[in-house]
Write a protein that binds this ligand. Structure first.
Ligand SMILES: [Zn+2]
Length: 350
């Protein structure tokens, strides 16, 4: 039998919902970092700070002072910026992060002006109306030139749009459309807010049981992962083991699913650290945590960002299975619970 401290699943789902509803496209993550900071600040034993780049660092006091470790998860998400204000008043976009336009076609969005105002709109094809364009709607290539934002404001010209306060470079966030049904969590940006929620839930479970991690532990909440360099700096050099907590890729040919946590042993960046991966595998076995082992074909993580930047550390990757990643994503509470328990087991392991 496993004797891990109890986790509070309800509070994890509440924090996750709050975080999902806090827009945080890469480059505009301050509100999501601040929310995570406030939540962690309520737990005893964590010393919080920010990097100059805006990431959140929690240094957690421990039972012992040897073999320091770190966990990382990221709050930044896919999104877009205004690339151009068109002569018809609509917006041309540039994507932030790697996704296909068809995954956000028709989505509601918020545009954040540099002056602080917000304007609603929708992402549409430039030739969206079936009654006007017929077959072209189906055949038009989903590429930057054929995608635009229709603003929910009266504008038919570049000037009218500029008068609304909108400028080139303004950030845009997609509506996350969070829905919890029958144990499933459906939302955009479960990558990687689901994992930030598991890291916070693990910290809560340990502190509420009156415990501390065995080894000095840094929680690194990254804010530039989706563009590749999130954790390239900010993890203390003395850290010996880094567990990146990020979604598992679910789909045809994959071993992962929405009801398990996955250990990724290889992705686009090559194999992870065999010794640390095996340590996690053994912990999952010992604590009866439902897990899978998998390989992700089109994927890289903040663990690899730290490696690429010269980090001398063992890196492993675990996380809940997320269906339709970088599209309209979904996972199940069971996978979130499994991931949280796995983190708790790791933090309390000798
Ligand atoms: Zn991710």
């Amino acid at each position: 039998m496993s004797n891990l401290p109890e986790m509070n699943t309800q509070s994890m789902l509440e924090f996750l919902t709050q975080l999902l509803n806090t827009p945080s496209p890469t480059g505009m993550t301050e509100p999501a970092i601040a929310l995570t900071e406030r939540t962690l600040a309520a737990l005893p034993g964590l010393k919080l700070s920010r990097t100059r780049k805006g990431a959140l660092v929690a240094a957690w006091s421990s039972e012992r002072d040897d073999h320091p470790r770190a966990l990382t998860a990221h709050v930044d998400t896919l999104g877009a910026m205004v690339k151009e204000i068109k002569s018809n008043g609509r917006l041309m976009l540039t994507r932030i992060g790697g996704y296909a336009w068809n995954t956000v076609e028709g989505e509601g969005v918020n545009i954040f002006s540099s002056k602080g105002s917000q304007i609603r709109g929708s992402i549409l094809l430039t030739k969206a109306s079936a009654h006007v364009f017929g077959e072209e709607v189906n055949n038009l290539k989903r590429e930057d030139a054929n995608i635009e934002v229709r603003l929910d404001a009266r504008t038919n010209s570049e000037k009218e749009t500029r008068d609304l306060g909108i400028e080139v470079g303004d950030f845009l966030a997609f509506d996350p459309r969070v829905e919890l049904t029958g144990g499933f969590v459906r939302s955009r940006h479960l990558d990687d807010k689901a994992c930030v929620a598991t890291v916070v839930a693990a910290a809560r479970a340990i502190t509420e049981a009156g415990l501390k991690p065995v080894h000095p532990t840094t929680l690194f909440i990254s804010n530039y992962e989706e563009v590749g360099h999130g954790a390239s700096t900010g993890i203390p050099a003395e850290v010996e083991e880094l567990v990146a907590v990020d979604m598992a890729a679910v789909g045809e040919g994959q071993n992962s699913d929405e009801f398990h946590a996955s250990l990724c042993v290889k992705d686009s960046g090559g194999p992870y650290h065999h010794g640390l991966s095996n340590k996690l595998r053994n912990l999952a076995e010992k604590n009866h945590i439902p897990y899978k082992v998998d390989i992700y074909p089109h994927y890289s993580s903040d663990g690899e960002a730290f490696w690429s930047a010269g980090g001398d550390v063992a890196v492993a990757l675990i996380g809940p299975g997320v269906d339709a990643s970088h599209s309209y994503e979904r996972t199940h509470t069971e996978a979130l619970v499994a991931t949280t328990k796995w983190l708790v087991a790791y933090l309390l392991d000798e």
